[in-house]
Each structure stands twice: as structure tokens, then as C-alpha cells.
Write a protein that binds this ligand. Structure first.
Ligand SMILES: O=C(O)COP(=O)(O)O
Ligand SMILES: [Mg+2]
Length: 232
């Protein structure tokens, strides 16, 4: 982020891998689905790099571990429905907040930033999860992977936030754990900060072109405050 540039007025925050460690929930739901199909359980280590591109891609990849593409295609609709049923039954039971999330959101709000959550998780999973984890009250806007025609890494959901907030993208920062978030932010013209503790498709966070790596949302809030002190 450049000194003397426009102030940041809003933050768009990712969910899985940024605010919540949801891999234990994905493990339960995916293995519930796999058991229904006669497949053996897979581990969190296998699941972690598969998370981030939405439910359809996750279910497909979790079946491609065992089956060829034709067999996955044939079983896909039932598998997805089964996965959704299992996920809704356990949503949030095992997911935990990462350190500094609530403190970071409070610090951003105290600075007067407007907050939106943009995730590739379907809205039907996202809304109850945000409520259960005490995150819902912080966000003016919540968009999921099925809120628009396109999901991250497409800029569409981020641009929709900028437009709903009536802010130029250069006044908005996206904060996330993966290349999805960074590519969407760059394409939208927003700033982007990344956290190193998430999933990033199994790749090192340093590979991502961002405006900075922050150890927590609290550190992100501090960096934004610093930027805004020197902004025009
Ligand atoms: O693909 C998912 O369900 C997770 O998506 P998110 O990292 O954008 O929250
Ligand atoms: Mg994420």
C-alpha cells in the first residue's frame, strides 16, 4: 500500500482459511458423502489444498481421488446433494476462529471501515455459520459463491461490494488466504492483504502478488490504520 494514496474506507474479508478454520467441518461433510458412496474416509491434510473454489469443485476433487471423470460425472448430482445435506447437519460444529479475528474486526470497525464478507462458500452455509461464530454482526454485506454468476477469482463479487458501498475499488482492501482472493482483488482494482495461516490451494503464500502478508486480521487493521494516516 502506497503512502499518499487514497484512504481505505472498506475491507472485504474472506471466510474459509481467513476467519475460520473450517477444514474439520469439510472433513466431516466430505467423509459423510464418501461413506454414502462406499468410499473410505480422507484426511484433513488431503482436504486442505482442495478448499477454496466452492462446493462443486471440492466435491468433484474429493471424488476424483478415487474415480475417473466419467464416473464422477455420473454420480455428481447425488454426491453434491449428499454433501450439502451432511454439511448443513454439522456446519460450524468443529470449525474454529483463527487468532486475532474478532480483535481485528473490532479494530477495523473502530477506524470507521465498512466491512463485507465475500466467500466462495454457498450462502446457505455461510449465513448460519457467521451467526454461530459471532461474526455476523460485524458485516454490513455478505456474499457467497452462489450470490453472483461468477465467484472469486473473478472480480464480480468484489466489484458488487464496491458498488453497494458506493466506493472506488482503490478505497477498498480485500483480505484473504488464497490466490483466489488476490486475483479477484487485483482484477477489481482493490488493495489486497494475505494471511499465511490459511489454505492457498497448498501453495506458499509468498507466491501471491499482494500488498502485504499480515499474521492476523488485527495486524491487517494496524496496517490499514498506518496507510490511512499518510493518505490524502
Ligand atoms: O470454497 C470455499 O468453500 C471456501 O471459500 P473462501 O475461502 O472463499 O471462504
Ligand atoms: Mg479462503
Amino acid at each position: 500500500m502506497r503512502a499518499g494514496a487514497a484512504a481505505i474506507r472498506a475491507a472485504i474479508i474472506d471466510l474459509d482459511g481467513t476467519m475460520l478454520d473450517t477444514v474439520p467441518d469439510f472433513e466431516a461433510a466430505l467423509n459423510g458423502m464418501r461413506a454414502d458412496l462406499g468410499l473410505k474416509p480422507i484426511t484433513q491434510a488431503t482436504i486442505k489444498p482442495l478448499v477454496g473454489k466452492g462446493s462443486e469443485k471440492l466435491v468433484r476433487d474429493a471424488l476424483l481421488l478415487d474415480w475417473d471423470a466419467a464416473r464422477v460425472d455420473a454420480a455428481f448430482d447425488d454426491a453434491l446433494a449428499g454433501y450439502q445435506r451432511h454439511y448443513l447437519a454439522i456446519n460450524g460444529d468443529r470449525a474454529t476462529l483463527f487468532d486475532g479475528v474478532l480483535e481485528g474486526l473490532a479494530a477495523m470497525k473502530a477506524q470507521g471501515l465498512r466491512l463485507a464478507c465475500v466467500t466462495n462458500k454457498p450462502v446457505a452455509f455461510t449465513t448460519p455459520l457467521l451467526v454461530q461464530k459471532g461474526l455476523a454482526p460485524w458485516f454490513e454485506l455478505v456474499y457467497g459463491g452462489d450470490s453472483f454468476m461468477k465467484k472469486k477469482p473473478d472480480p464480480m463479487p468484489l466489484l458488487a461490494v464496491c458498488s453497494a458501498f458506493d466506493l472506488a475499488p482503490i478505497s477498498v482492501v480485500a483480505i484473504g488466504d488464497s490466490s483466489n482472493d488476490a486475483e479477484a482483488a487485483r482484477a477489481a482494482g482493490c488493495y489486497v492483504l494475505t494471511v499465511p495461516y490459511g489454505y492457498n490451494h497448498g501453495r506458499p503464500i509468498q507466491e501471491i502478488n499482494s500488498d502485504g502478508i499480515v499474521s492476523s486480521l488485527l495486524e491487517a487493521a494496524q496496517l490499514i490504520a498506518e496507510h490511512n494516516r499518510t493518505s490524502t
